[in-house]
Write a protein that binds this ligand. Structure first.
Ligand code: FES
Ligand code: CO
Length: 353
């Protein structure tokens, strides 16, 4: 069953649907830019989020900074800089900035000049750490909040971060791939198993104010990776998409074990994204050990990457008039259609005119 009556915040039926507006709307959402473990104290990195080149740094006291990457002096990328004496130092002429982005020193000045320092403030963005990721929101005025996923913060569960993977395709391609249950037998023939049934059980789809959810009885796949006990235990699959791009899959096994996977394709450009992903495993899980689950998932994700990069165009068109819709007619495409429909509703309610 599918109900599309839910009205997303501030619906505006006159909003024009365009790639440009879709891009603008994404600027108002929290997006991951790094696994937190990859940004320890004293580390400086670069990341391209929605065509915006960022420097992201963690200072010695733990404070985080995300700012436009170009140094206000001569435009050198601050991602090539370092943390020196508790400040971010540009690699070129050594200008220094604190965690608020304020310029604290210009070594070539004979005497400190407050006016010059004030002019040299970095343009910074909201940044925070949660669920093992560093998140940035480019449009600070947006009210967007991260969804609540209790399993990711429950100390009794085992929470494992996957290595982020770059896809040469738009972020909507990755979400659709993640929602797709009929490609296993083909795209994942060497991992999830070529015996996987491309016919899918009846799905129960619910639309919520922040996205949608799909429940279906879904048998364990015939993968050599699954333990024999798991093979027999048919499981239940719940997929949740928090719009626009925070997706989870919850697998419940008949022996009581549960596993929650999260995928967030963080948009680098219109046609590329970095997939941040992690796995939460219920206490005393009787399946394969967590590290081997991650190793296996890397192989599966790489197969998904190849399929996403095969697709033309590189991004799913946001506007149905531009193609991409109408040819999706199999039951397996129902979830992708739900994603497109709800995403359009989300966009028309959120994107400024
Ligand atoms: Fe950064 Fe000169 S370009 S200090
Ligand atoms: Co796949």
């Amino acid at each position: 069953t599918l109900c599309l009556d839910a009205s997303f915040p501030n619906p505006n039926k006159f909003m024009q649907l365009s790639e440009e507006n879709a891009f603008k709307a994404m600027r108002g959402t929290w997006q991951p830019v790094a696994n937190a473990v990859d940004l320890p104290k004293g580390k400086v990195i670069g990341y391209k989020l929605l065509e915006t080149e960022l420097v992201v740094a963690r200072f010695d006291d733990g404070a985080l900074l995300a700012a436009d990457v170009a140094c206000p002096h001569k435009g050198a990328r601050l991602s090539a800089g370092c943390i020196r004496d508790g400040e971010l130092m540009c690699a070129y002429h050594g200008w220094r900035f604190d965690a608020s982005g304020a310029c604290q020193s210009i070594p070539s000045l004979v005497a400190p000049n407050p006016d010059k320092l004030a002019l040299s403030h970095l343009h910074s963005y909201p940044v925070k750490e949660r669920y093992g990721y560093i998140w940035v929101k480019l449009d600070a005025s947006s009210p967007h909040e991260l969804p609540e996923v209790p399993e990711f913060e429950d100390p009794r569960w085992t929470y494992k971060m996957g290595p982020p993977m770059v896809f040469g395709s738009g972020w909507r391609r990755e979400v659709e791939n993640y929602l797709d249950m009929t490609h296993f037998a083909f795209a994942h023939a060497s991992t999830l198993g070529k015996c996987a049934d491309p016919k899918i059980p009846e799905m129960d789809i619910q639309v919520h104010p922040d996205g949608f959810q799909m429940d279906a009885p879904f048998p364990a796949l015939t993968t050599p990776h699954e333990q024999p006990g798991k093979l027999q235990s048919a499981h239940h699959r719940m997929q949740r998409c928090f719009l626009p791009n925070f997706t989870t899959i919850r697998q419940s096994f008949t022996d009581g074990d549960e596993r929650v996977l999260v995928h967030i394709p963080s948009p680098n450009t219109q046609e590329s994204c970095t997939v941040f992903w992690s796995v939460a495993i219920s206490p005393d899980f009787r399946g394969p050990p967590p590290d081997s689950q991650i190793e296996f998932a890397i192989r599966v994700l790489d197969e998904d990457r190849q399929m996403c990069e095969l697709q033309i165009p590189r991004e799913v068109p946001i506007n149905p008039a531009r193609g991409g819709w109408g040819v999706l007619v199999t039951p397996g495409d129902t979830l992708a259609n739900t994603f497109q429909k709800t995403l359009r509703q989300w966009l028309t309610g959120r994107t400024p005119q």
